[in-house]
Design a protein around this ligand. Structure first.
Ligand code: SF4
Length: 353
């Protein structure tokens, strides 16, 4: 059994109960499915439905479309924009007739050879019409996967495209790839929306890492829009009979006014030796004794890579109005960023150094 069988067990029943009833979902004929995919790249479902119906009335089969005049096709396409797509539609229909005798090939690579058919469309036709286990990754799927699996690799980067495709392939239900792909797209279109997703209606809510880490609004990440700055935070957990040393964050940076553990920010990730060097000036005599795993915390413009270090101290740290001992029974009443809260709640595993 796949390690992601829980996904299908939740997603497929949800899809079968909640999906929007659309005519191209009632068939496994690749022609209407292909037509719907091409049209829906241009427009929303409510508007696209009328175009799809008009095309199906004029050209009930791929052979009818292949015999059409280009002007007619462009006229029917009018209002959708990107007219090269309408021309590609016609060329692809003619290729299906000339190369494949009027039958769409049941093969992902052969589908990719058709004019205007990219990875997304080929995977959609292959999985929905022919039950071939190819993952479909469209904008909706990027969003659902980024949130569900807490992936902060930008979706418009080469590395991101590769990573999302790999993860989508891992998650794919090979027994029902068509419904699986459509269910993920439908979830993204109707529940896991870009703004204000309806998490309380989501069948995956209790497995969603972005929800658990309060990162929904920050995912998915796009480089095109925002240049992401990577920062390395080393938090120092200094505990004594008086409680825990905490400091307030100053102005002009993220989390202004919130409290945190004393922070050493470095230009690269530090090991225990590197931290020890930094502590020589920051907190003389302090020695790291344990550390958390590196945690990635995603903000809209920044990616924080944080490690929490337990340190023992020879001297009291310097105190000011912004840095003080906080008694243990008061720690949870102090406002801290979610990242620090995870450490204070014991949610981050640690190991000795
Ligand atoms: S819980 Fe919310 S954010 Fe997570 S996948 Fe579901 S709808 Fe999207």
């Amino acid at each position: 059994m796949s390690r992601y069988s829980w996904l299908s067990e939740r997603l497929l029943p949800w899809y079968r109960e909640h999906r929007r009833e659309l005519p191209w979902r009632r068939t496994t004929n690749p022609y209407p499915i292909w037509l719907s995919e091409v049209i829906l790249q241009q427009t929303r479902v409510d508007q696209g439905l009328a175009y799809w119906q008009r095309f199906m009335e004029h050209y009930p089969s791929v052979t009818d479309l292949a015999a059409a005049k280009e002007d007619e096709v462009l006229k029917l396409w009018q209002g959708l924009g990107y007219y090269s797509r309408a021309r590609n539609l016609l060329t692809a229909a003619r290729q299906v007739v000339e190369r494949h005798g009027g039958h769409f090939p049941a093969d992902h690579n052969a589908l990719l050879q058709l004019k205007g058919v990219g990875d997304y469309t080929a995977a959609a036709i292959a999985s929905i019409a022919f039950g071939i286990p190819e993952p479909v990754v469209d904008g909706n799927v990027y969003r659902v996967l980024a949130r569900l699996l807490l992936i902060s690799t930008p979706i418009d980067s080469t590395a991101g495209k590769r990573e999302f495709r790999e993860r989508a392939a891992e998650l794919l239900d090979a027994q029902a790839p068509g419904d699986h792909n459509q269910a993920l797209m439908e979830l993204g279109a109707t529940v896991c929306t870009p703004r204000k997703p309806l998490c309380h209606q989501c069948p995956l809510a209790d497995k969603c890492l972005a929800r658990a880490h309060d990162a929904i609004d920050r995912l998915p990440v796009k480089v095109g829009k925002t240049k992401v700055r990577i920062r390395h935070f080393n938090y120092l957990h200094i505990e004594g009979p008086q409680g825990l040393v905490m400091e307030r964050r100053g102005p002009g940076d993220i989390w202004e006014g919130l409290h945190q553990l004393p922070l050493v920010e470095s230009t690269k990730a530090l090991g225990s030796k590197g931290l020890l060097n930094s502590l020589r000036t920051f907190l003389p005599g302090a020695v790291p004794t344990a550390r958390s795993e590196r945690v990635v915390h995603v903000l809209s413009h920044q990616r924080i890579q944080a490690v929490f270090w337990r340190v023992s101290i020879a001297l009291e740290p310097e105190f000011s109005s912004d840095r003080q001992w906080v008694p243990k029974d008061r720690i949870h009443s102090v406002a801290v960023p979610r990242l620090v809260e995870r450490w204070l709640n014991g949610e981050l595993p640690e190991k000795r150094v």
